[in-house]
Write a protein that binds this ligand. Structure first.
Ligand SMILES: [Cu+2]
Length: 157
C-alpha cells in the first residue's frame, strides 16, 4: 500500500512539473512572439555562429507583426545553437544546461546545430520591444554568445 502511494505521488509530482513547464513555455510565447509559418515570412535573416562565441549579426531589427525566417549557420567546430527568449528565460535555461550539459532540447524558438550545419527558426514577433537570443551550450552564453532582436512598433498608416 505504502509503495503504491509513493509511486502515485511521485507521478503526480512529475505531472505537475510537466504542467508548470508547459504553462511557462506558453507564457514565453506571449512575451517574445510565437512560432511562425515559413510561407508567411516577410524577411530572411542569415545568422552565422562561430567558435569565437559570437553571432553575426548580433543586433537585428524587425517590425512588430513580422514573421522572420532565421537561416542559422554553424561555422564553428563546436556545437552551437540559437535560442530566442526573454533575458530571464535564457538565463534560467542556461543554468539548467550548465547542470546538464548533455540535455537535449528542441522547441520552435530554437535551433541546435552540429558543426558545419545550417538550420532555421521561423518566428513571428508580436510585441514591440526587445527579444534576446543566445547560445545556451555550456560556457558559450557566459562568453558573450548572445544577441538582441529589436522589435519596432509598426509604422501607423
Ligand atoms: Cu555556442
Amino acid at each position: 500500500m505504502k509503495h503504491a502511494f509513493l509511486a502515485t505521488s511521485a507521478f503526480a509530482a512529475l505531472l505537475s512539473t510537466y504542467a508548470a513547464g508547459a504553462s511557462a513555455s506558453g507564457s514565453h510565447d506571449d512575451a517574445i512572439g510565437k512560432p511562425g509559418v515559413a510561407a508567411k515570412a516577410t524577411r530572411t535573416v542569415e545568422v552565422d555562429m562561430t567558435d569565437s562565441m559570437r553571432f553575426t549579426p548580433s543586433d537585428i531589427s524587425v517590425k512588430k507583426g513580422e514573421t522572420v525566417r532565421f537561416v542559422v549557420r554553424n561555422s564553428g567546430r563546436l556545437k552551437h545553437e540559437l535560442v530566442l527568449g526573454t533575458a530571464q528565460e535564457l538565463k534560467s535555461h542556461y543554468a539548467a544546461m550548465m547542470k546538464n550539459p548533455e540535455m537535449e532540447h528542441a522547441e520552435p524558438n530554437m535551433v541546435t546545430l552540429a558543426p558545419g550545419m545550417t538550420g532555421e527558426v521561423v518566428w513571428q514577433f508580436t510585441k514591440a520591444g526587445r527579444v534576446d537570443f543566445g547560445c545556451l551550450q555550456p560556457g558559450h552564453y557566459d562568453a558573450g554568445m548572445k544577441g538582441v532582436v529589436n522589435v519596432a512598433q509598426a509604422t501607423p498608416r
